[in-house]
Design a protein around this ligand. Sequence first.
Ligand code: HEM
Length: 468
Amino acid sequence: QRPNKFPFGPRGLPVIGVAPFLGKHPHKTYMKWSKEYGPILSVRLGRNDAVILNDYDSVQQAFGARNTVFSGRPPNGFLDKLFEGHGIVFMDYGENWKSQRKFGLFTLRGLGVGKKTMEERVFEEVAYFKDEIKANNGKPFDILTSLKKAVSNNICSVAYGSRFDYNDPIFNQLIHNLDNIFNTPEIISTIAFMFLIPILRHIPPFSSRSKRMLGIMDKIVGVQKDIIKDHQNSLDNGNVRDFIDAFLVEIKNKTHSSFTEKQLVYYILNLFVAGTETVTQTVRWGLLSLIHYPQIQKKLYEEIDSVLGSDGKVTMSHRTTMPYVCAFVEEILRCRPAASIGLPHMATDDAEVNGFSIPKGTQVFANIWAVHHDENIWDEPEKFKPERHLDEKGNFVMSHRVIPFSMGPRHCLGEQLARMEIFIFLVSTLQGFEILPDPDKSDLPIFHDSVPGLNVLAFPFRLVAKQR
Ligand code: HEM
């Protein structure tokens, strides 16, 4: 039963709701519908109603600081099968989630995230990454795999206590499996639909793809289990080496019933997947933008060279002296937010947003894409313009309306790490290389469209990294 003041929106067809009308990019379709029905839009996803928040004010009201009524996660048959009801990302709001989240933040910080220790690790990883780039000798190549390995190693060093060699067979298997999900267009586009309408996983062609995905996930989970077993065999309570050790100590000390071995498996799986794909895709969009906008690349070099020279070591403190780089990063995050509609939230009680009633149990999404492309806020939102984040004196102005990590109690757990990685990776790479288009192609790679689905992924492309 919908209350009187329930938001308006299209209902679609019986059983499947609006599924056939979502198009290649559901976030763009929601944005289009919101112009007709209003920024707080309701749609029928399968047999359930969902509310989509399409402007900053409604997202801020619903998810903003201290408001926990929308911090739930809805039950989702597809995701429950994938993560067996464990991990932090899809855990419902409550005491278990609170203790897992607190542990996660505390442990990441203890392991150096947000501090110099982590900066050092990221910096070291970039050095390996740059060697990989150099090995292409200025020839056109696809940077995706090397970049993914490098980014992934940052989370590996925190979660597993060490980085992998780029030729390590286990590591290559992990990366290959991730690619089989995130870089296989037919899988990534069907995930979007199963994520929104879980019942579809029983219907062809979704059923076979869901099965394939579960098989890949099993392999990734198997690797996590092996790594955990090694840690159990060498655990020393007095010398916590990494995230896994810290978690094993919590299990041993029985601090909270939510600390179990199965929870550990899926927690580190969540960190590994969430921490690898999003940052990789963001940096990749950044490099792709440079191919399209050489004048932006030139400005970036000028600033980086004037602050660091050709071999100075970048740290996060350089952000204050590199306003143009900061504006560039902010514009990548605005223009190509890796998670276009974030993750599903759920009302844990009857609630209101801007006068609309949202009953307990309703799924609620923040359409981050729509917030970042709102014409009422952004001048020519489709255009890539780092300058929009600078004031008239050239100072960087961070906008609270750029929300790639979502907002409120459930916002991204890895935001600090992600920001550090993106900044250090881009600055260090540009210090060493000029990014150019593939000379064998007559057209530039696509920048103004993305692979169908909810993750904003660039289509495959090759680039030339010319040593500076
Ligand atoms: C550019 C990089 C990233 C982007 C754009 C991003 C974006 C997001 C978004 C939109 C959410 C959903 C928040 C919500 O439910 O409202 C999220 C959640 C999450 N992210 Fe990230 N993320 C990034 C990097 C990372 C990294 C590096 C990690 C790993 C340390 C990470 C771990 C997580 C976790 C564990 C959650 C679930 C939090 C919870 O449910 O309490 N993310 N992220």
